[in-house]
Design a protein around this ligand. Structure first.
Ligand SMILES: Nc1ncnc2c1ncn2[C@@H]1O[C@H](COP(=O)(O)OP(=O)(O)OP(=O)(O)O)[C@@H](O)[C@H]1O
Ligand SMILES: [Mg+2]
Length: 336
């Protein structure tokens, strides 16, 4: 049932200021066919997590602990060759700001074909048939395989990148903000297509986005990240009905909603310094509900209900804190 199991993953970046703890003790089980949304502000480690799963970390990154089990193999200990075999055929990725990833001087069809021939030794006719099939699958006229990327709109280029990612029918798709560069109408078309494709092909998806609304529409579960930690996780229904970490409450407030009387509230302050993170809860310096002990005790994940957990010492009081969190003045208090 579990196709991908991230178990206690720690990752550091070497920086001039010292090692930065970009991922700390990440635990995540992905079931076959499941869609998980990963949300959080800029810099919380979303792309780092996807790159680590894909085994395409920058040179200054080191996995210092934990496992990434795919199909029963721990890729971290199995090493580069196992990762190379899993990549694209097992786990495919649409990278952040990938719209310029296509080679401008190569025909689109040839680039999709390369995504196949890099891993498979199929006869040419079969590759060509597959390219046409993939283009049709993502809603691009297969007759356009001979066009160059500049002849395509941004939305069509993004469809081509999805086709390339799905070329070898991977059971896991990692999608890092696949539509942020596109307008909302095109974004909507692409996600409708992704939903259809998931229905037909049954791949699991990790979708990274800033946009909780996209997660609600496209995912089964949500993982909220803050400062390299998972701070809340649960089903979409659980997280929408009973968000249980003050950070999630803040993200929720930052959503513009129809009928909302006030402006979306933003969370004041900035995410933590990962070279020297706060001693207690990493969100405490920005949290309107922080108690003195929140600044010294690092909370573990606390169970809210079956399958729903939040990394907050005050999780049991959340039902009473939630209404306060919805008020703009709550977030205007003195922030250090
Ligand atoms: N190669 C690197 N070297 C050092 N630090 C890095 C490197 N790449 C990312 N970081 C830092 O690691 C943290 C996590 O970065 P990451 O790109 O994973 O965030 P993100 O959640 O994807 O943000 P965004 O929403 O802006 O894409 C940030 O503090 C970032 O500055
Ligand atoms: Mg990112």
């Amino acid at each position: 049932m579990t196709i991908l199991h991230i178990d206690g993953l720690d990752l550091r970046y070497a920086t001039d200021a010292g090692p930065a703890a970009a991922l700390t003790d990440i635990r995540l089980r992905v079931a076959g066919g499941e869609a998980i949304g990963i949300v959080g502000e800029s810099g919380c480690g979303k792309s780092t997590l996807l790159k680590a799963i894909m085994g395409v970390m920058p040179r200054n990154a080191t996995i210092t602990g934990g496992a990434i089990r795919f199909d029963g193999t721990d890729l971290v200990t199995a090493g580069a060759e196992a990762w190379r075999r899993a990549r694209w055929k097992g786990i495919a990725m649409i990278a952040q700001s990938a719209l310029n990833a296509l080679n401008p001087v190569k025909r689109v069809g040839a680039q999709i074909a390369e995504a196949i021939t890099a891993h498979e030794t199929w006869p040419r006719a079969e590759v060509e048939a597959r390219v046409a099939e993939l283009l049709a699958l993502v809603g691009v006229d297969p007759g356009r395989a001979r066009d160059y990327p500049h002849q395509f709109s941004g939305g069509m280029r993004q469809r081509v990148l999805i086709a390339m990612a799905l070329a070898l029918r991977p059971p896991v798709l990692l999608a890092d903000e696949p539509t942020t560069a596109l307008d909302v109408i095109v974004q909507d078309q692409i996600f409708r297509r992704i939903r259809t494709l998931r229905g037909e092909l049954g791949f699991a998806m990790l979708l990274v986005t800033h946009d909780l609304a996209l997660v609600v529409e496209n995912c089964d579960r949500v993982v909220v990240m803050y400062g390299g930690l998972v701070v809340e996780e649960g089903t979409v229904a659980d997280i929408m009905a009973a968000p249980s970490h003050p950070y999630t409450l803040g993200l929720y407030n930052a959503l513009a909603r129809p009928g909302q009387r006030h402006q979306p509230i933003s969370i004041p302050g900035r995410p933590p310094d990962l070279v020297d993170p706060p001693a207690g809860c990493r969100f405490a310096p920005r949290c309107p509900f922080a108690l003195p002990r929140c600044h010294t005790e690092a909370p573990a994940m606390q169970v809210v209900s079956d399958g729903h957990a939040a990394r907050c010492l005050r999780v049991a009081e959340m039902d009473t804190l939630r209404p306060t969190a919805a008020l703009p003045e709550t977030w205007e208090g003195p922030q250090p």
